[in-house]
Structure formats: C-alpha cells, structure tokens
Design a protein around this ligand. Structure first.
Ligand code: NAD
Ligand code: DAU
Length: 359
C-alpha cells in the first residue's frame, strides 16, 4: 500500500486531488494530509473522506521542521505531493513576506525532510520514492496577446511576489535534483477552476457576486487572457506524472482553453441564466449590467497559455473537460453547496473584500 504525504490538502486543488485519488484507488492507498488551515484551508472540503481509515489529517505548518520530520519518522512515506502555498496574486501584492515564508522556506523544509528520510548511506534513495512539486505557469511571466505558448524550456520571468516565490521554490526543487539527485518532478499548471475554490479567485467570486446581484469587478480592460483547466483534470495529470513521468522532468499542464476575463464573466452570466429555474428569484439579479470595470491589478500579466505537448506525448494526458461542460459542473456544485459558500464568505472574507474592492 503506497503512502502519500499531501501538503495543503485542505485547499482548493489539494482537496480535489484527495477526492480524485480516493475515487481512483479506494483502499489501495493511504493519504496523510498536512495543512496549516490558513484562511484558504477548509476542513469542510474533506468531510466525505475524513472518516476513512486510510486518511489522516495533521494540522501543521510546512515551515515547522520538527512537525514535518515527525511525520516522516512515524510513517513510511512513498510519495510527497506538495500543494501547500500562499496562492493568491492580489494578496501577494499587499503581503509579500508570507509568500516567501510559506512558498520558499516551506518548500525547503519539505525537500530537506524528504531527503533525510529517503536518502541511503551511499547517497542513493530508497526505491520508488517520489516528490512532486505543484507549481504554476505564472513563473514564465507574461505572453504577448498575439501568439506564443509557455513550454518547459521557457525562461522564468515572474512578475508578482506570488510568482517570484513559486519560481524560487521551483529553483530549490531543481537544485535538489541537480545537486543531490533527489527523486522529484515539477508540474507547472495553468488556471484551475471547479468545486471548493475560494471566492477570492475570479470564477467563484463572479458566481457568488452574480447570484446576489452584486457588482462584478473586472480589472483593467478585462482583456487579460488565462488558460482555464478543470481541476479534476489537473488532479489526474499529477497522478499520471508521478506514476508514469520521467523523474527529474518538468511537465506543463494546461487546458488549451484561452479566454479573456470578460469572456469568462459573460459565459458565467449566460450559464447561470440557463441553469437557474424560471421561478428562482436570483434569475432577475444575474445580468451583464453588474459588470464593473475597476482599477487594474499592479503588474498584471497580460496572457498565459500552456502548450501541454510534452505531457501528452510522453504520458498521454490531455485536458478532457471542455470549458462549457466544466463551468456547468462548477456552477451546479456551487448551487448544491450554498452553505459552503456562506461559511467561507462570513467573517474575515467580508473584511478582505471591502479592503480589496472599493465598489
Ligand atoms: P489554496 O490557496 O486554495 O490552498 C492552499 C492550501 O495550503 C490551504 O489549504 C492552506 O491552508 C495551505 N497552506 C498555506 N500555507 C501553509 C503552510 N505554511 N503550511 C501548511 N499548509 C499551508 O491553493 P490552490 O489554489 O489549491 O493551489 C494549490 C497549489 O497549486 C499551490 O502551490 C499553487 O501555487 C498551485 N497552483 C494553483 C493554481 C490555481 O489555479 N489555483 C494553478 C497552478 C498551480
Ligand atoms: O495561472 C495559474 C495561477 O492562476 C495560479 O498559480 C494562482 O495560484 C491562481 O490564483 C491563478 O492566478 P490568477 O491571478 O490568474 O487568478 P485570479 O483568479 O486571481 O485572476 C484571474 C484573472 O482575472 C486575472 O487576469 C485577474 C482577473 N480578475 C481577478 C479577480 C479576483 C479580475 O478581473 N477581477 C477579480 O476580481
């Protein structure tokens, strides 16, 4: 039975990954989820799995070396899947230091503890051990509007404190592979969407605001482009890279689904209109009149787009979920989980929202 140590599993992608893995492998695997439960970590995301005998939750900070060492000492970990990070660009512009702390120092702690646990006296590693570092396409910087893609060979050019800290973490992972022959992979993924995404990010924020008839904030001219990937496709890619990918390689993961932000917002409005029953009072609230252009994000990257050619050629992964289908599944999930949304938007979220959006 393989044992996985997942970091940041109470967040958006981490919780979707844990659900995906239990759906795929059932009782054949064991998962230990270590998460500090910051504002972005939510135990509710894992209610369905928390009673499984092959699931364990450990509340700890990945920067806490003793806590992480203890997990490795007490368990024979086969796979590390490292999601834990501060993930929101806007927050990094206001509070850069916590991004350096968690994303860079936390990654160093994870690498060091795994190395210590897995390295043998002759400098080789216990067979079958693998570390996967989950990173982002934002490390590659920004593309021109009229062409080009990010490839694994694209030079790093991060612009925000978030992407700079992720680039720093990636470099550390690369240094461990080069210096110590440490058994790792890096995946650099484009924008994810789907269930359990915290409504500081564009798609859940727009769904939540639209359903309440609140303004829909669009940064700048709304023409920045992102490449959207349904989160379950990302979870599948991570598993395939760990099981079939070549060690020491980086794989880019993307949706081949580039859209301007304003297009995304209009699709959400249209889909909400299609999906809301005729007698639902929210139907009258959802309208393009809510679209409100606001001040642009500082250093706002213009366009991201991944060419997922390598992962397709070597491993056979490709983005399976078309945006039209993925956004319907996502909206249906938010309809069915109104309480989840209410819980995460009470308290601190209100303060965050009013400080961030003066509309
Ligand atoms: P998220 O913000 O939803 O979740 C992050 C999780 O990490 C939370 O559960 C939080 O409690 C935990 N965490 C934060 N600091 C921690 C610490 N110091 N110690 C332990 N746990 C801590 O993030 P997400 O959107 O799920 O992203 C997960 C990973 O995927 C990140 O590494 C991010 O850079 C990367 N990524 C995200 C996207 C995206 O579109 N969301 C795309 C590509 C890559
Ligand atoms: O590309 C991968 C990255 O995608 C991940 O590494 C990050 O963790 C993740 O947060 C995401 O970053 P973005 O900055 O692209 O995502 P966000 O949802 O914050 O914004 C998407 C686009 O929408 C971006 O161009 C900014 C714009 N936007 C965002 C918000 C929150 C708005 O116009 N209005 C908004 O209110």
């Amino acid at each position: 039975m393989r044992t996985y140590l997942v970091t940041g599993g109470a967040g958006f992608i981490g919780s979707n990954y844990i659900h995906y893995m239990f759906k795929k492998y059932g009782d054949e695997i064991r998962i230990i989820n270590v998460d500090a439960l910051t504002y972005a970590g939510n135990p509710e995301n894992l209610r369905e799995v928390e009673k499984r005998p092959n699931y364990t939750f450990v509340k700890a900070d990945i920067c806490d070396r003793e806590a992480i060492e203890k997990i490795f000492a007490e368990n024979d970990i086969d796979r590390v899947v490292h999601f834990a990070a501060e993930s929101h660009v806007d927050r990094s512009i206001v509070y850069p230091e916590v991004f350096v702390q968690t994303n860079v120092l936390g990654t160093a702690v994870m690498l060091n503890c795994a190395k210590k646990a897995w390295e043998q006296p002759d400098g080789t590693y216990l067979p079958g051990k693998r570390f996967l570092h989950v990173s982002t396409d934002e490390v590659y910087g920004s593309l021109e509007e009229d062409g080009g893609y990010f490839y694994e060979t694209t030079p790093y050019a991060p612009h925000s404190p978030y992407s700079a800290s992720k680039a720093g973490a990636d470099m550390l992972v690369k240094s461990y592979m080069d210096t110590y022959h440490f058994p790792a992979n890096i995946t650099n993924c484009s924008n994810n969407y789907g269930p359990y995404q915290f409504p500081e990010k564009l798609i859940p924020l727009i769904i939540n605001n639209a359903l309440q008839g609140k303004k829909l904030p669009v940064y700048g001219d709304g023409k920045n482009v992102r490449d959207w990937l349904y989160v379950e496709d990302h979870a599948k890619a991570i598993d395939m890279v760990q099981e079939q990918g070549r060690l020491f390689e980086t794989y880019n993961v993307g949706g081949h689904n580039e859209k301007q932000n304003i297009e995304i917002i209009k699709i959400i409005i249209e889909t909400l209109q299609e999906m809301l029953p005729a007698d639902d009072p929210r139907k009258a609230l959802v309208s393009e009149d809510l679209i409100t252009y606001v001040e642009d994000r500082k250093g706002h990257d213009r366009r991201y787009a991944i060419a997922p050619d390598k992962i397709k050629a070597e491993i056979g992964w490709y983005p399976e979920t078309m945006f039209k289908e993925g956004i319907k599944k996502t909206i249906a999930w938010y309809f069915e989980h109104e309480d989840w949304m209410k819980n995460v938007t009470s308290g601190d979220y209100q303060k965050y929202y009013s400080e961030m959006y003066k509309i």
